[in-house]
Design a protein around this ligand. Structure first.
Ligand SMILES: [Zn+2]
Length: 114
């Protein structure tokens, strides 16, 4: 993985640092409005799969890695423990909360989006 200063410009990250993303896939992602790790971290694998025609297993890896590379702390407790809700929230969530929020904190169980 490259150590580019990707965080100086949040709106254009090096998407080829993500698993399975080459120049062709990167172009498709950008065309569909995913130009930063933040854009990808805050989406759902199925949406990414449908919009960009990327295999579902790959979209899971892309989003999970984007969230890790984003290095965003929890807005509630400040821990770097954000995980995607679709990856498995440890409890019950209403469908409304599931559809409006994609991220939760593994430390304090805050849910929301970034
Ligand atoms: Zn937290």
């Amino acid at each position: 993985m490259s150590v580019l200063s990707t965080h100086t410009n949040k709106y254009s990250d090096d998407l080829t640092a993500l698993p399975g993303v080459g120049p062709g896939t990167e172009r498709i992602l950008r065309q569909e409005g995913f130009s930063s790790y933040k854009d990808l971290a805050d989406t759902d694998p199925i949406i990414l799969h449908r919009k960009c025609n990327i295999g579902l297993a790959n979209t899971v890896g892309i989003i999970t890695t984007a969230l890790e590379l984003l290095e965003e702390p929890c807005q509630n407790c400040g821990e770097m423990m954000l995980k995607p809700i679709w990856g498995g929230y440890p409890g019950q969530l209403s469908d409304e909360k599931k559809s409006n929020n994609r991220i939760f904190c593994e430390s304090c169980h805050w849910i929301g989006s970034i």
